[in-house]
Each structure stands twice: as structure tokens, then as C-alpha cells.
Design a protein around this ligand. Structure first.
Ligand code: ZN
Length: 49
């Protein structure tokens, strides 16, 4: 299943729009970290199409 993911960094507010795929309940986008080095604190919105 393809999914578009909006990731908002909770530390600096940067937003990223990525497309990925969802397999077995886990979203795979390849996203690793924000530009500010934050790797854990994100707000994530999933959009299916
Ligand atoms: Zn950030």
C-alpha cells in the first residue's frame, strides 16, 4: 500500500512530505532525521490515496 506521509519536526517545526509504503503496519519512507538532528520527536500524518 502506498502512503504519503507528512512529518513535522517537533523541535524546529520543519515539515517534510514523503511518499513511502506501508507493510505489516509499518511505514517505510527512508526518513532518518531532521535537519536539526532530531531523530525521535515527530508528528506524523498519513495520507492514503
Ligand atoms: Zn527539526
Amino acid at each position: 500500500m502506498r502512503v504519503k506521509v507528512k512529518i513535522i519536526c517537533q523541535e524546529c517545526g520543519e515539515r517534510f512530505i514523503l511518499s513511502g509504503k506501508k507493510e505489516q503496519g509499518k511505514i517505510e519512507t527512508g526518513f532518518k532525521q531532521c535537519l536539526c538532528d532530531n531523530q525521535q520527536h515527530f508528528e506524523i500524518e498519513e495520507h492514503y490515496f
